[in-house]
Design a protein around this ligand. Structure first.
Ligand code: MV4
Length: 493
């Protein structure tokens, strides 16, 4: 066992701020890294030291293994926390950190590679008794073999690149006649995106729910689960609202799902915090989809109901300590919801909306948590994910967490960039959402027309008026007409 010292956070935005918070609580010094676009970003302000690592483009900075390991060395860091996205699931990064004599806060490279390959992961899971979607994960990748396997599986079939996680590069094929052309297109895309054209085939499940299991494992082989999260409300493979417990599970189903999550983690030889994704079909059967070998964006809902700090547990396990929680100590209290606040423009097909955050107000109150990566004056650029903040609401039951979330959304104000705030308000107010009737086509079914998302609520407009009044007394150099600085906001109809 080693005790951790200085932690370099190899990330930006809200997750870097989140990780820095726990490090500070634990008394661990923190090191930020930043690109040229982020010299004045919030995460830099929240850390004790900061090192520049390259240009705005992530490929030259947050994705550059040498630059980050170099910064860790210069800073005299002892550990590197990768956050999510960027290099967090890159086995070569995990190995490079370890080779530099530093602790990687996550599983070793071999585990990332093992689970980052769908063909191998499916086989490993099936061999370990974890149910997978009926499909094909064989080595023989000839057109004829794949077509015959697709016929056996039954239409519609999904073609998924073996190396493409999170929905990247997958295609649905409705009938035999379209298969060979779709396969060729998938291979071309996968070859350029992943340098590997291996495909797996799966039966396309109809309107499945996405339910995932949070697992934690230590270096001694202890594995526990921290129950499930439901993440069915997504658009273009981007999650928007998540919750725990899932309204879809009976206690019996929950137990078998969570046991399957633990079995998956054991089969993977897992260490640290990870998430096992399942699809739940209409008949209540669940199927392994993939494993995320990192902390998830939506981890706060789990923290809210189980009362644990996942980043702290990650750091402890990474330091070689045994897990301080046994399975029998884990229990859920109440219900938690998370809404992701994105800088994207509902009037422009949800395209990212870069700009300066002129003003924002965070929600407060019982059971409310706001994890943000921004501060007044923050610049939202096109270079990175447009996630501004996450609102998390806890309640004694789903009804209370939903009501608290509605209040939290009413209190939230962001001026200067367009956001999906009104969309979030409409989602949590929707009767299908209130009924817990969630599935992966929820947003397409209920929110594809702009009319489904009304203008922002009156409370938010009151916040706008306040901010407009304040912006009138701002220093020179900003827009002189307060209404100009309001950006995409509109008053009235
Ligand atoms: C599927 C599926 C239906 N059948 N696989 C999307 C993200 C990636 N992790 C897997 N995804 C899906 N895989 C089979 N065999 C439907 C989806 C899917 C989806 C899954 C979860 C949440 C939202 C989704 C939206 C579209 C498609």
């Amino acid at each position: 066992m080693r005790s951790l010292g200085k932690v370099l956070i190899a990330n930006r935005g809200e997750i870097a701020v989140r990780i820095a918070r726990t490090c500070r609580v634990l008394g661990l010094p923190t090191v930020a890294v930043y690109s040229e676009a982020d010299a004045r970003a919030r995460h830099v302000h929240e850390c004790d030291e900061a090192f520049p690592i390259g240009p705005a483009e992530a490929a030259g900075s947050y994705l550059k293994i040498d630059a980050i390991v170099g910064a860790a060395r210069s800073a005299g860091a002892d550990a590197v926390h990768p956050g999510y996205g960027f290099l967090s699931q890159n086995g070569d990064f995990a190995d490079a950190v370890a080779a530099a004599g530093l602790v990687f806060v996550g599983p070793p490279g071999a585990v990332h590679r093992r689970m980052g390959d769908k063909k191998g992961a499916r086989r490993l899971m099936a061999a370990s008794g974890v149910p997978v979607v009926p499909g094909y994960d064989g080595d023989d990748q000839n057109d004829g073999v794949l077509l015959a396997e697709a016929e056996r599986i039954g239409w519609p079939v999904m073609i998924k690149p073996s190396r493409g996680g999170g929905g990247k590069g997958m295609r649905v094929v409705e009938r035999r006649d379209d298969f060979v052309a779709a396969l060729a297109a998938c291979r071309r895309e996968a070859a350029s995106a992943f340098g590997d054209e291996t495909m797996v085939l799966e039966r396309r499940l109809e309107r499945p729910r996405h339910v995932e299991v949070q697992v934690l494992a230590d270096a001694e082989g202890q594995v526990v689960h921290l129950l499930e999260r439901e993440c069915s409300i997504q658009r273009r493979h981007q999650k928007v609202v998540e919750e725990t417990p899932s309204p879809a599970l009976t206690q019996q189903l929950r137990e078998s799902l969570c046991a399957a999550g633990v079995a998956a983690a054991r089969a993977a030889g897992y260490v640290n915090a990870g998430t096992v994704e399942f699809l739940l079909d209409a008949s209540g059967r669940f199927h392994f989809l993939e494993m995320n070998t990192r902390l998830q964006v939506e981890h706060p809902v789990t923290e809210a109901v189980v009362g644990l700090d996942l980043v702290r547990l990650q750091l402890e396990v990474a330091a070689g300590r045994p897990l301080p929680v046994r399975q029998e100590d884990v229990s859920a209290r109440g219900h938690a919801l998370e809404c992701r606040l994105y800088a994207e423009d509902p009037d422009r097909g949800d395209l990212p909306s870069p700009g300066r955050v002129l003003h924002y107000a965070a929600p407060e109150g019982p059971g409310v948590r706001f994890d943000s990566g921004i501060e007044m004056g923050s610049e939202v650029t096109v270079h990175y994910d447009p996630l501004l903040a996450k609102l998390i609401a806890w309640g004694a039951d789903r009804k209370e967490s939903v009501a608290r979330m509605q209040q939290a959304l009413r209190e939230t104000v962001v001026l200067g960039v367009a956001t999906n705030l009104a969309r979030l308000q409409a989602i949590v107010a929707h009767e299908a959402f209130r009924a817990g009737s969630l599935h992966t086509a929820f947003l397409d079914d209920h929110f594809s027309s702009p009319a489904a998302t009304p203008e922002l609520a009156d409370d938010a407009l009151a916040g706008l008026a306040l901010a407009v009044a304040r912006s009138g007394s701002e220093p020179a150099g900003r827009a002189t007409d307060p209404f100009e600085s309001v950006g995409p906001w509109r008053l009235g109809a």
